[in-house]
Design a binder for this molecule. Structure first.
Ligand SMILES: CC(C)(COP(=O)(O)OP(=O)(O)OC[C@H]1O[C@@H](n2cnc3c(N)ncnc32)[C@H](O)[C@@H]1OP(=O)(O)O)[C@@H](O)C(=O)NCCC(=O)NCCS
Length: 140
């Protein structure tokens, strides 16, 4: 059962400008270490950050809060499986918000998909509730 859907479209040039202007301060506020390591290795560094920024905004929409009510950027972390498939993991306030949305006896399964075509980056997040004991996509 789907309990939340979010999407976000972002102009990579905005992230390029923010990185040039605020660099470390912006990265430290929005991204965790593993996201930064991955993006800083990339030739298309700004696009990598833009996709992850879009994923966090999409997730905040899927949670129904936006970046409010205790849901912070660094609570929503994008990692990748060895295959390259992105995974979204929630901690802190975002995790607590997710737990509030879940019906009794259900676990959350979060799917995220990312894409970019310069100058745009895009993400979609779908949050589902699956009965305890049924295997969904990884959430943590
Ligand atoms: C919800 C949020 C994520 C929207 O992001 P945005 O990039 O400003 O705007 P977008 O155009 O992507 O999305 C707007 C749409 O999100 C949807 N939306 C708004 N609040 C929402 C909520 N609480 N839950 C789910 N969706 C929401 C609405 O459909 C809205 O469009 P509408 O007002 O025309 O109906 C935003 O409220 C937010 O929290 N942004 C944080 C941005 C920020 O802090 N920036 C600082 C720069 S570092």
């Amino acid at each position: 059962m789907i309990i939340g859907v979010g999407t976000d479209l972002l102009d990579i040039r905005r992230i390029e400008q923010t990185l040039a202007r605020f660099g470390e301060r912006f990265c430290a506020r929005v991204f965790v270490e593993s996201e930064r390591v991955r993006c800083d290795r990339r030739a298309n560094r700004a696009a990598c950050y833009a996709q992850r920024y879009a994923a966090k905004e999409a997730c905040a929409k899927a949670l129904g809060t936006g970046l409010r009510q205790g849901v912070f950027w660094r609570d929503m972390v994008v990692t990748s499986l060895p295959s390259g498939k992105p995974i979204l993991t929630l901690t802190g306030g975002a995790r607590r918000r997710l737990e509030k949305l879940l019906p009794e006896g259900m676990n959350a399964a979060i799917e995220v998909t990312l894409t970019d075509e310069y100058p745009m980056a895009h993400a979609v997040v779908v949050i589902s509730a699956v009965p305890n004991g049924i295997k969904g996509p990884p959430v943590a």
